[in-house]
Write a protein that binds this ligand. Structure first.
Ligand code: NDP
Length: 431
């Protein structure tokens, strides 16, 4: 284990310092009055920093770069849009087990600019025509599909056929048949398929699941969830039925009923749905604005959910158990999450707040997938999890088309618990 000592730095050549990104003049001014151990150490290419906080306070988050870069799984990010540029690519900076090694884009100039930012070589840039050449790139293990929904099927199948493991954004596809084709293609190629349900890897949501399922809090009776945003009126693919598969339900409403499923661990037996499409608003020529839907679970739990595309960004989740309630507001955002818990303690009704250390949801889900691949385990959110959500979406639309009549989900997965899920990844904060 090599200590990162100041003395070592002073003795380093200019070339060595340049490699560390440190100019000689800058290094010469660094203080040297701390014990060398406080600057950390490097063991097998991993940087280990000493504790910052006393044990009486919160534990330090693990140092980010915990896997040597060469040992990380390489990821090709497909589709350089909002999510890829603003969340996923920055997430690699917090990831421990993956690195970005290739980009796929229809816009060469954009791809070049992004590649320069993340150190991806020109030879590792692809477009949709030569996508299949990824098979010849030894630096790519995983393909992360971040395309409009209707394209998920084609690129998942092509990625699997090229020998890649696939991480695919939600919703998995625009219909049940495509979802099945994706599962089949990955199974045939013996590659792992994970749907990027980031909330199922998020520590506050994990805590909520554990507390809500704790028998001490009694059965879960009612789950109430809302997720919505105000979409720009610009003809984006989200407003085209063929590309999106639907409106707010498939894009943001999915978080609400997926949460009801992962919190209870059950599968619904029946759904109802209602949708509205304001005639005068061009955003809703092809898709719904508001979707209101309910799910009935075998244990008797009921979920009432709403989604929308025409109101200020807002999302919340409230779980009412017999002896406690659990609330997150926001519930599905990228950050600022907190869990509030209401229950009786002694003689008093109390409300407590659980605020865990900030975490990068995209780094966590990518590291979780890497764990599944390395340990040859089914990911927590495999294709079957995405397929079940599409069955529910199709049933909700069927109910809405009939004016809100209940639609049975008989014939789908049944039984408790988590029948559509794989294994909890062995990464910190998962239980
Ligand atoms: P964007 O429209 O911002 O980006 C999609 C990208 O796909 C485009 O920039 C483009 O990249 C590529 N593309 C290829 N073909 C087309 C086409 N025909 N029309 C439009 N784009 C095309 O979408 P988002 O990034 O917001 O969403 C992408 C996916 O991620 C969706 O499935 C969405 O549901 C999901 N998502 C998930 C979120 C989460 O929290 N998990 C949050 C937001 C989105 P290029 O120019 O490089 O080819």
């Amino acid at each position: 284990m090599a200590e990162l000592s100041r003395r070592g730095l002073f003795g380093t050549t200019a070339a060595g310092l340049a490699g560390l990104g440190i100019a000689r003049a800058e290094a010469a001014t660094l203080p040297s009055d701390q014990p060398a151990a406080l600057f950390g150490s490097v063991s097998q290419d991993r940087v280990i920093l000493p504790p910052l906080h006393d044990t009486s306070t919160d534990s330090d988050p693990p140092t980010v770069n915990s896997d040597p870069v060469k040992a990380r799984l390489g990821v090709a990010v497909v589709g350089l849009g909002h999510l890829a540029l603003n969340q996923i690519l920055p997430g690699f900076g917090h990831a421990k087990s993956v690195r970005v090694t290739a980009l796929v884009s229809g816009e060469r100039d954009k791809a070049r600019a992004v590649a320069a930012q993340y150190g991806v070589p020109e030879t590792h840039l692809y477009d949709y025509a030569n996508f299949d050449k990824l098979r010849d790139n030894p630096d790519v293990d995983i393909v992360y599909i971040v395309l409009p929904n209707a394209l998920h099927m084609e690129y998942t199948v092509r990625a699997a056929q090229a020998g890649m493991h696939v991480l695919c954004e939600k919703p998995m596809a625009t219909n049940v048949a495509d979802a099945r084709a994706m599962i089949d293609a990955c199974a045939k190629a013996k590659r792992r398929l994970m749907i990027a349900y980031r909330m199922q890897y998020e520590p506050h949501q994990r805590r909520l699941i554990a507390m809500a399922r704790d028998p001490a809090n009694g059965p879960i009776r009612l789950i109430d969830a809302v997720n919505g945003q105000n979409d720009a009126n610009n003809g984006q693919w989200r407003q085209k039925k063929a590309m999106a598969g639907g409106g707010s339900l498939v894009d943001v409403g999915i978080y609400c009923f997926n949460a009801a499923r992962y919190i209870t661990g059950e599968e619904p037996v029946e759904v109802t749905g209602r949708i509205t499409r304001p005639d005068s608003d061009p955003r809703f020529r092809e898709i719904e604005d508001i979707a209101q839907f309910t799910l009935r679970f075998p244990s008797g739990t009921v979920a009432t959910c709403s989604s929308g595309y025409s109101f200020h960004q807002s999302n919340h989740l409230r779980v009412q158990s017999e002896k406690a309630w659990f609330e997150m507001s926001p519930a599905f955002s990228y950050n600022s999450l907190e869990l509030r818990v209401g229950r009786k303690a002694g003689e008093a009704n109390t409300v407590s707040t659980i605020g865990l250390a900030p975490n990068d949801q995209f780094a966590r889900e990518m590291d979780a997938f890497a764990w599944s691949i390395r340990n040859d385990k089914t990911p927590l959110t495999p294709g079957e999890e995405g397929l079940q959500d599409l069955r529910i979406i199709e049933a909700i639309y069927r109910s809405a088309a009939s004016g809100g009549a209940p639609v049975s989900l008989a014939g789908g997965p049944t039984g408790r618990w988590d029948v559509t899920r794989g294994m909890l990844p062995g990464i910190e904060g998962m239980s």
